[in-house]
Design a protein around this ligand. Structure first.
Ligand SMILES: NCCC[C@H](NC(=O)CCC(=O)O)C(=O)O
Ligand SMILES: NC(=O)OP(=O)(O)O
Length: 313
């Protein structure tokens, strides 16, 4: 594998899950593999888990991670081709990516969508430009339309906690005060579509995700019906896709409660707003997997970096 930009880069999710579990049981087994190799982490947006777990993963493989907050700390980067750069941007991605490639053996990038320009977001301008102009492998740390390190993490976590062979997994929309990206939802859908699970999505009318991603996956607009006999409820807010980037209404009654959850396990990528997305009683109970889930971020990232290092030319 050269780049890891999408869940579609996973050739066999069951094999990957087993490999990640092996790394988790012996995280330092390959601590010579990345010796004298540098991982550059570039953040255009905030992060706690991705920032730390990806560095931890690199350290477990013997790599040297270096981190930069691009927004604020670096020069504004221009992505448009052929433009006269007489505005806010000071250097072009052609130079920036080529220069960073001389300092780093792998580059990992976080860049959220605009949520105002659908075409631009769907073109994955930032991630695609790094892939095009960098001369080293690229890892997606959450882009405009996907968060494949999170999706792999979620697949590992479900495999670890499943009590039956084909568990029912529900991806449920939940309320939020801000317009949020579709990336986490998209990658979770793509990961579940590759796994042997009974997978459905629950969201209010107007919040269906990109139909090219959801495909044949059943979508319920009735949360209670979707949650029937669920083993896992994975919760996430996203803004409208059809009325791109908009909050249509708050739908506060879609908040996850202990009563709605029943015997299902609760999952969320974090950060999560308590008593808006999910009530305290869920997060503070044994039903919540969120902390264990976040721990798996390290092993998902470690597996991805290991696969890239093993194929490094
Ligand atoms: N990386 C995990 C989620 C990141 C982002 N959440 C957020 O922006 C939450 C911000 C807030 O709650 O203010 C998202 O939904 O894609
Ligand atoms: N889940 C996740 O990606 O968290 P951060 O945004 O804190 O990295």
């Amino acid at each position: 594998m050269k780049n890891y930009t999408s869940i579609q880069n996973i050739d066999n999710i069951n094999t990957w899950i087993e490999e990640a579990k092996e790394l988790k049981s012996n995280p330092l087994k390959y601590n010579e593999l990345g010796k004298n190799k540098t991982l550059g982490l570039l953040f255009f947006n905030s992060s706690l888990r991705t920032r730390l777990s990806t560095q931890k993963a690199a350290l477990n493989l013997g790599m040297n991670p270096i981190v930069m907050n691009v927004s604020g700390d670096a020069w504004g980067i221009e992505f448009a081709d052929g433009t006269a750069m007489n505005g806010k941007t000071a250097e072009h991605i052609k130079e920036a990516a080529a220069v960073v490639s001389q300092y780093c053996d792998i580059i990992a990038v976080r860049a959220f969508p605009t949520l105002t320009d659908k075409e631009k977001d769907e073109s994955e301008e930032v991630l695609r430009s790094f892939t095009k102009y960098a001369s080293v492998p690229i890892v997606n740390m959450e882009s405009a339309t996907g968060h494949p390190l999170q999706g792999l993490t979620d697949a590992i976590t479900i495999s670890e906690h499943a009590k039956i062979s084909k568990p029912k997994v529900v991806l449920s929309w939940a309320p939020h005060i801000k317009a949020l990206p579709h990336a986490v939802g998209n990658s979770f859908v793509q990961a579940m579509q590759k796994m042997d699970v009974n997978f459905v999505i629950a969201n209010p009318e107007g919040y269906d995700l990109n139909p090219q991603i959801t495909g044949d996956t059943p979508i319920y607009h009735d949360q209670e019906e979707a949650f029937k006999d669920a083993d896992f409820v994975y919760t996430k807010n996203w803004s409208s896709y059809s009325q791109y980037g908009k909050i249509l209404n708050i739908n506060a009654d879609w908040m996850i409660t202990k009563e709605k959850l029943g015997n299902a396990k609760f999952m969320h990528c974090l950060p999560v707003r308590r008593n808006v997305v999910v009530e305290d009683a869920v997060l503070d109970s044994d039903s919540s997997l969120v902390i264990k889930q976040a721990n798996n971020r390290t092993y998902a990232a470690q597996l991805v970096l290991k696969k890239i290092l093993e194929n490094y030319v």
